[in-house]
Design a protein around this ligand. Structure first.
Ligand SMILES: [Fe+2]
Ligand SMILES: [Fe+2]
Length: 377
C-alpha cells in the first residue's frame, strides 16, 4: 500500500487553514430539527475469548466501577446561580478572552460593561452547550466501541463509559436548562467532526476521534473552566466529570498504543490525517459564530481579527495540552517524516509534546484528589 499525499483541500475542504470564508460557509441548515441521522458503517463484533488479555484495561474497568457517581444526588442543584454576577467575577479574573485593543474598528469599540457581560454569558452558555452536544457524541461513540472493538477487556471498559457519558449529558443538559435558560444548537464544525467519527467503519478511528481528540480537548477545557470560575455547582459538576473524562482519555491511549504498533506507515498516515482534520475542526468551532450572531455582529468582520488575537490563541493552544502529548505517546507525531509534528507546528501547539500524557496521569483526577494544574502540568 503506497502512502498518498492528501492536500489540505482533500482533508479539510480548503487549501488555507485560515480561509475565513470557507470556515464560515459551514453552517447548520436544519436548525429546527430535533434529530439528526448519521450512517454508522461499522461491523458489530462478538469475541469468544473471555480471558484477561489486557490487565491495564481491566484495571481501568475496576476503577470505573468504583468511580461512579450520581448526577442527581451528588451535585448541589439548589445553588442559586446569578449569571451576571458570576460572569462579572470570572471576567475580572481573566478578561473576556479577547484583547479589546484589537477591535477598535469593530462594533465592539462601543461596547460597555453591559455588552461585555452579555457576551460573557452567551459565551458561557454556548461553551457549555457544545460540551453537552459533545457528550452526546461520546455517548454514541462509546456504545459503538462496545460493539466494534475486538477485545473483551475493551468491551467491558467501554460499557462503563457509556454510563459515564449518559451522566455527563444529563448534568450538562440540566445545568443549561435550570441555570442558563436552555442550550445553543450544536456548532456546525463540531457536528461535522462527530459525523465523521461515527461514519468511519474502522473501530480504532472512533477511539482516535473521540477518546484522543474530542475528549482530550474536553479534559483541558473542563480543567480551564474549573480553575477559572468560583461558581460552586459548576465547579463540582466539572470536577466530577473530569474524574471520568481522564479515565476515558486513558482508555484511548492504552488501546491505541497496542493497535498502532501493528500498523503500516500507510495506515498510520491515515490516522495522522484524521488527527489533523479533527484539530482543525475543533479550532474552527472556537470562532463561536453562533454567539456573534446572537450579539448582532457579523462574524466575517470578527473572524480574521480573532484568528490573530494573542489572547484567543493562548486559550486555543492550551486546549491542545492533552492532545499533543497523547499523540506523541501513540507514535503519531513522528511517523511518516514527522507528518503530524509539522501540522501541530503550523497550528502552534507542538510545545505541549513533552507534557505528561493521560495514560500516565489519569489516576491524579480521581475524586478526592487535588487537581491543581501545577501538580500535573
Ligand atoms: Fe463525557
Ligand atoms: Fe468521556
Amino acid at each position: 500500500m503506497s502512502i498518498t499525499e492528501n492536500t489540505n483541500k482533500d482533508m479539510i475542504g480548503r487549501d488555507d487553514i485560515n480561509d475565513v470564508e470557507a470556515i464560515l460557509s459551514i453552517t447548520n441548515h436544519d436548525v429546527d430539527a430535533v434529530s439528526h441521522i448519521v450512517k454508522n458503517n461499522a461491523d458489530s463484533l462478538f469475541t469468544w475469548d473471555y480471558s484477561l488479555a489486557r490487565p491495564q484495561l481491566r484495571k481501568l474497568y475496576e476503577k470505573a466501577k468504583t468511580g461512579q457517581w450520581n448526577g442527581t444526588t451528588d451535585l448541589p442543584w439548589d445553588t442559586e446561580v446569578d449569571n451576571e454576577k458570576q460572569i462579572a467575577y470570572d471576567q475580572q479574573m481573566l478578561g473576556a478572552g479577547l484583547d479589546p485593543t484589537l477591535y477598535s474598528e469593530t462594533p465592539l469599540a462601543k461596547w460597555g460593561d453591559k455588552e461585555w457581560i452579555e457576551f460573557g454569558i452567551e459565551g458561557r452558555r454556548w461553551q457549555l452547550s457544545q460540551f453537552l452536544h459533545g457528550e452526546q457524541g461520546a455517548l454514541l461513540c462509546t456504545a459503538k466501541i462496545t460493539e466494534t472493538v475486538p477485545w473483551y477487556d475493551a468491551k467491558l471498559y467501554a460499557s462503563t463509559q457509556v454510563v459515564d457519558e449518559a451522566r455527563h449529558v444529563e448534568v450538562f443538559a440540566r445545568y443549561l436548562e435550570e441555570k442558563m435558560g436552555g442550550e445553543y444548537q450544536i456548532n456546525a464544525h463540531l457536528r461535522l467532526l462527530l459525523d465523521d467519527i461515527i461514519n468511519d467503519s474502522r473501530w480504532d478511528m472512533t477511539y482516535l476521534g473521540m477518546q484522543i481528540m474530542v475528549e482530550g480537548l474536553a479534559l483541558a477545557a473542563f480543567g480551564f473552566l474549573h480553575q477559572l470560575t468560583n461558581e460552586p455547582l459548576l465547579r463540582q459538576l466539572l470536577r466530577y466529570v473530569m474524574s471520568d473524562e481522564a479515565r476515558h482519555v486513558a482508555f484511548g491511549v492504552l488501546s491505541l498504543q497496542e493497535a498502532y504498533t501493528q500498523m503500516s506507515d500507510a495506515e498510520i498516515k491515515e490516522r495522522q490525517e484524521f488527527a489533523f482534520e479533527a484539530s482543525v475542526r475543533m479550532r474552527d468551532r472556537f470562532l463561536q459564530q453562533e454567539v456573534w450572531d446572537r450579539m448582532g455582529i457579523d462574524t466575517r468582520v470578527m473572524a480574521p481579527l480573532i484568528l490573530h488575537d494573542p489572547q484567543r490563541q493562548l486559550f486555543q493552544q492550551m486546549l491542545f495540552s492533552k492532545i499533543v502529548p497523547n499523540c506523541k505517546k501513540l507514535g503519531l507525531l513522528d511517523r511518516n517524516d514527522k507528518w503530524l509534528r509539522r501540522r501541530f507546528e503550523e497550528l502552534g501547539v507542538i510545545q505541549f509534546e513533552d507534557w505528561v500524557d493521560t495514560g500516565e496521569e489519569y489516576a491524579n483526577f480521581e475524586l478526592g484528589k487535588d487537581i491543581d494544574p501545577a501538580a500535573h502540568a
